[in-house]
Design a protein around this ligand. Structure first.
Ligand code: OSB
Ligand code: MG
Length: 391
């Protein structure tokens, strides 16, 4: 505990609308509205930190929603973090550990502390994490389309733009054909993988086995979000590595999955596993066990993408990250300039201290639908009218 160190002077939580340019269609359903939660910290020396808690609006990917995440952040995660009187992200993660689940809320608060520390120490978040890569390879995650032609057109566009890997969303009825069509059009050389978002069950083993013929990097989350044992049964019948996403909510889940051979590849999302501290633990476990891992995405704004990019600078992230650029997802990002995918499919890891990107306060305020703020004198977080926002 820091007794006389710097203090947080102001902490705020925003629910911000990020209108999607097009509906995102996956094995768990359609995502047409996308609100996210932002955490903003300012300390008494004027340093600031932003974090994002990127749950989806609905409870169809995982149980948390934007609303539950906003509430848990305001009522529990941020108060526990503030009461610790520490700025160290490891202490912050420990202070919030009594909260069961609600990983997005904890991750968002922790991320704001990483950014704050980065600003204070004038070292990028990636350096604080021990990352070494300066540019990271990325891939796009393609929504389920109405026609195969639509998908082929988009794959072609992304490959021309330099994306290093293509991930096709699949679900029963949109699987073997689309994978075959992409292989036939673009060859066996491109890095290709699929993501089922928990839309199959063990009765579908024949379809999933048929995917073994296409040289996929992995089949992501074929079975139920809570069916790790089923995944182990399935992995024994597949040559393609299963990648778990929804089933891994913390480092213990990752260890259990590897112990029972429920997957041979892991997708880490800081929001889904409870933060960067937990992500580091999963990274180290995967390196120790020789398991390829990569950073997934939650359609975050540039604020969340900053933390993802910093994480990707660690050496264990051996496969391209999911990182469709903001220009593909949203009309404009909450940071400006936002990250760009360079012609060889890499994105630069932010090197400026703090978030590494400049947030645009007016966009955050204009798109906020809910706001709560922490009062340093009363130590109480209150929901406030948006008229009270000052950034
Ligand atoms: O399953 O990986 C997923 C987006 C929202 C929720 C779940 C997933 C995804 C993606 C998007 O695939 C990847 C991205 O953010 O670029
Ligand atoms: Mg996934």
């Amino acid at each position: 505990m820091v007794e006389h160190g710097p203090r947080i002077a102001n902490a705020s939580v925003f629910e911000v609308a990020l209108p999607l340019l097009k509906t995102f269609v996956t094995g768990f359903g359609e995502t047409s509205s996308r609100h996210t939660v932002l955490i903003h910290l300012v300390d008494d020396e004027g340093f600031e930190g932003w974090g994002e808690a990127p749950a989806l609006d609905h409870p169809f990917y995982l149980s948390e929603t934007t609303s539950t995440t906003f509430s848990v952040t305001v009522e529990y995660a941020l108060p526990l973090a503030l009461q610790s009187n520490s700025f160290d992200p490891h202490d912050i993660a420990r202070a919030m550990a009594p909260i069961r689940g609600n990983t997005f809320a904890r991750a968002g608060v922790e991320a704001a502390y990483w950014a704050l520390n980065s600003a204070r120490e004038r070292r990028p978040i990636s350096a604080l994490l021990g990352g070494t890569l300066t540019r990271v390879p990325v891939g796009e995650s393609l929504s389920i389309a109405d026609t195969l032609d639509e998908t082929l057109e988009e794959v072609s566009l992304r490959l021309d733009e330099g994306y290093r890997r293509i991930k096709l969303k699949i679900r029963p009825g949109w699987d073997i054909e689309v994978v075959r069509a992409v292989r036939e059009s673009f060859g066996d050389e491109i890095l290709l993988q699929v993501d089922a978002n928990a839309s199959y069950d063990l009765d579908d083993v024949d379809v999933l086995r048929a995917l073994d013929d296409f040289g996929l990097l992995c089949i992501e989350q074929p079975l139920g979000y809570d069916d790790m044992e089923g995944s182990a049964v399935l992995q024994r019948q597949l040559d393609t590595p299963i990648c778990l996403d929804e089933s891994i909510r913390n480092p213990t889940d990752a260890r259990r999955a590897l112990d029972i051979d429920a997957c041979r590849n892991i997708n880490v999302k800081p929001g889904r596993v409870g933060g960067l501290v937990a992500s580091l633990e999963i990274h180290d476990l995967c390196v120790e066990r020789g398991i390829p891992l990569w950073c997934g995405g939650m359609l975050e704004s540039g604020i969340g993408r900053s933390a993802n990019l910093a994480l990707c600078s660690l050496p264990g992230f051996s496969q391209p990250a999911d990182m469709s650029p903001a220009s593909v997802l949203y009309s404009d990002d909450l940071v400006d300039p936002t990250y760009i995918v360079e012609s060889d499919g890499h994105v630069k890891v932010p090197i400026a201290p703090g978030l590494g990107f400049d947030v645009v306060p007016s966009r955050i305020i204009d798109r906020s639908v809910r706001f709560a703020t922490f009062d340093a004198s009363t130590q109480i977080i209150r929901e406030r009218s948006l008229d009270d926002v000052a950034l």
